[in-house]
Design a protein around this ligand. Structure first.
Ligand code: SF4
Length: 758
């Protein structure tokens, strides 16, 4: 049943969908232990299944929002209305539980703040929205696209920016939609993790991490620049179990995080000094004769050159000076790490968001390799993987319309994450721009300029860098179309908004970039109001285009989303998951039948086929061949700005839900008491945080979890607060990322500012 009004939905939903039930669910599942008052406790040994009374239709879903955990979800529906969600017990990773964000999913499709219909804003930013029919919305867009086609002779004036709002595989149909319109402008790359991806590709030939469940076998775990107690809660049980079996856990982070609070050793490292610290550890391991010589001789190239570099350029004392960690402590942990086998390092994404981030990841990889811990169960330099993502990406394979013209001489680097379908293109290609410099790229674009921007699965006005410059870029656009679920900051700066389905209202498939489980996402309820999935929107646009100009868009005009999901499977996926048909996944997610240790066969995908301490490819791409030290970005203001994730949100998602406001009602800036005292700031004061890029105003909280010399603000979008930490973050690039993702990353944590009472 499709509910046309909130009242109709509320009548059907009854009293079950309320905050009280949400809080009861959190308590029942133990998630409340992770709320602000307490530290995470170890998970119980067995997955819990809550026995609900009554007859429910049960559906399989998966959390698609760019979280390590990509939880498998069981959704309980009665009379067409979602009553509960729980973690799927079949997945040993999800283990029957979700995080606080996951339990709030029950609210998402029914939120009163949801965008319900296509709407047109009369005056961008005015808030003067008018409901229109799908036909009118798509007609307006089609008219504009045909206008720019006629004016420019090409569709390059249409740009797409899309990222991680929904990683369901079928959503790659958005890229397919643009291909079906002609040659367009694509914002390439990823904001999250590109420097580390390239680093691991130079070292090992691919990014590939061990199964996180094998951390129970680790004897020594270093969590370097990550906070899984907030950002991968399901991984914590393996860390706890490893420690119960005798492993030591070391956390390296500039912030005393919830994960750090649970560690045996916490190093509050000087920000951006991770490479120096890793190299200091490597030098000490070398000096102590603790290198795993048999492994290194058999499986790597360039180690002698690396050892020469360490002896001539690196010392413990230098590493101590750079990192702020005493030399004796570095020596102790280095020795313990080298001697405890298997030992592993989990490399978080925060530490590579620096101008030297790729170089730092290479130095950490080298530590794991020189101790012989690559390719071992319980070992590994863990960063991420895409081994379970081998789907057909069928929706990408649209042909271009006849006569389409594009960018001439398309020799630009595109990387493995290029989804434009240009394979075999001879004469024309799409125009590639850096997703991490979207504002500057739009402002600089000529012949033709970017005239129309399509935004999907992304909230650039909240998440992209240099917010003020981005506003100027948006102001230069002739039409902005945003596809979303809520009236977020980007929707507010759009001309047309199209309401998109939630995970419960569409068919898709979800794989993780961390664990090895894969599941389908069933349509559990009818789409609320007039929402459509991304690929249904593509079909609607194609219909409007072809009605106006037959042949102008090759995307089908009608689609069955279940059928399109089914087309994503292939024999390789079936073999990997041990299934004969995708329908088998309706019984629950499956774990890929892969060896738990990445690189277990020690056949690396590098040019030499071995682990490369010395990478000529890396040198060809303009970096250092060795995992050598690269200096941090010089400070341009008094305090470093750190903008990590909070446990209540993933980027700009979740915090805006009214249920989440109970836990996290507004943003704060966190300051060390000494930093605050120097400026006469007390806890609770309203302050200005300002730098050359912009300014934000918010309430101060004092804590010595944050080092003196830093200000910390969690990135988030609040529905009733215009806080946006990206006002202070410029678009300076990180060192690596262009090789595999098409564009370098962003030095998100190499930002500086000052703070004063407002
Ligand atoms: S946000 Fe992460 S941990 Fe929470 S439900 Fe989604 S995938 Fe699971």
């Amino acid at each position: 049943m499709r509910y046309k009004t909130p009242q109709q939905r509320d009548r059907a939903c009854g009293p079950t969908l309320d905050r009280r039930r949400f809080l009861q669910g959190l308590l029942a599942s133990g998630v409340a232990a992770a709320l602000p008052c307490g530290l995470l406790a170890p998970a119980p040994a067995a997955a819990k299944t809550i026995a609900y009374e009554g007859n429910y239709d049960v559906f399989r879903n998966a959390c698609p929002r760019n979280c390590y955990d990509t939880c498998s979800i069981k959704t309980y529906v009665k009379d067409g209305v979602i009553q509960f969600v729980e973690g799927a017990p079949e997945s040993t990773f999800t283990h029957g539980g979700l995080c606080v964000k996951g339990y709030s999913y029950t609210r998402r499709p029914y939120s009163p703040d949801r965008i319900k219909y296509p709407m047109v804003q009369q005056g961008r930013g005015s808030g003067n929205w008018k409901r229109v029919s799908w036909e009118e919305a798509m007609g307006r867009i089609a008219d504009k696209l045909l206008e720019i086609q006629d004016k420019d002779g090409t569709m390059l004036g249409l740009g797409l920016t899309k990222y991680s709002g929904n990683f369901g595989i079928t959503n790659y149909g958005v890229e397919g939609m643009l291909t079906s319109l002609g040659y367009t402008t694509r914002f390439m790359g990823t904001p999250c993790w590109p420097a580390g991806i390239d680093a691991q590709n130079y070292d090992m030939g691919n990014m590939w991490c061990n199964d996180p469940e094998d951390m129970v076998d680790s004897r020594y775990i270093i969590l370097w620049g990550g906070n899984p107690a907030w950002c991968s809660v399901h991984s914590m049980k393996y860390i706890y179990e490893a420690r119960r079996r005798g492993a030591k856990v070391v956390v390296i982070d500039p912030i005393l995080t919830q994960t750090a609070a649970k560690a045996d050793v916490f190093w509050q490292v000087e920000t951006s000094s991770d490479g120096a610290l890793a190299l200091g550890m490597a030098r000490h391991i070398l000096d102590k004769g603790l290198v795993d010589e048999p492994w290194v001789r058999a499986n790597s190239v360039g180690f002698d050159a690396f050892a020469d570099y360490l002896r001539s350029e690196v010392s413990l004392e230098w590493a101590a000076q750079q990192s702020g960690i005493p030399a004796q402590q570095i020596a102790e942990v280095a020795e313990e790490f080298a001697q405890a086998k298997p030992a592993t390092i989990w490399i978080g994404y925060g530490m590579q968001r620096h101008v030297n981030g790729g170089a730092s990841v290479r130095s950490i990889d080298a530590l794991v390799a020189m101790t012989g811990n690559v390719g071992k169960v319980g070992g590994g330099a863990r960063y991420g993987h895409l081994q379970t993502w081998g789907f057909n990406y069928h929706a990408l394979l649209q042909p271009r319309p006849e006569g389409a013209k594009g960018f001439v001489g398309g020799g630009a680097l595109k990387g493995d994450f290029h989804f434009a379908g240009d394979e075999g293109a001879v004469e024309y290609t799409d125009r590639s721009m850096n997703i991490n410099k979207i504002a500057q790229e739009i402002l600089d674009a000529k012949e033709p300029p970017v005239r129309v921007l399509w935004v999907s699965c992304k909230n650039p006005m909240s998440q992209d860098f240099d917010r003020a410059k981005l506003q100027r870029a948006f102001d230069s656009l002739e039409l902005v179309v945003t596809v979303d679920q809520f009236f977020n900051e980007t929707v507010k700066q759009s001309d047309i908004v199209l309401p998109v389905t939630t995970l419960f209202e569409e068919w898709t498939i979800n794989a993780s970039y961390w664990h090895y489980w894969v599941g389908i996402n069933e349509q559990a309820i009818q789409p609320m109001y007039e929402t459509k999935s991304n690929i249904e929107i593509a079909a609607a646009l194609s219909k409007a285009m072809n009605e106006r100009r037959p042949g102008s868009c090759t995307f089908p005009t009608e689609i069955d989303t279940r059928d399109w999901m089914a087309r994503e499977f292939n024999s390789g996926i079936y073999d990997m998951l041990g299934i004969k048909d995708w329908e088998d996944l309706r019984q629950g997610p499956r774990k890929a039948r892969m060896h738990p240790a990445a690189w277990h066969d020690l056949k690396f995908a590098t040019p030499s086929g071995k682990y490369e301490f010395q990478s000529e490819l890396c040198a060809e791409h303009g970096h250092q061949a060795l995992p050598a030290y690269k200096a941090p970005r010089p400070a341009y203001d008094k305090l470093r700005v750190l903008t990590p994730h909070t446990k209540f949100s993933i980027h700009s998602q979740f915090v805006n839900l009214d249920w989440m406001e109970d836990f996290n009602p507004k943003p704060f800036v966190y300051l060390h008491p000494a930093t605050a005292a120097q400026r006469g700031i007390a806890s609770g004061d309203m302050v200005r945080v300002f730098n050359k890029t912009g300014e934000v105003r918010l309430e101060a909280k004092l804590t010595d979890n944050v080092p003196a010399g830093c200000v910390l603000m969690y990135e988030a979008w609040f529905r009733n607060n215009d806080f946006n930490c990206q006002y202070l973050v410029d678009d300076e690039s990180s060192d690596m990322g262009a090789y595999k993702t098409g564009a370098p990353g962003v030095a998100i944590h190499d930002q500086f500012a000052d703070v004063a009472r407002a």
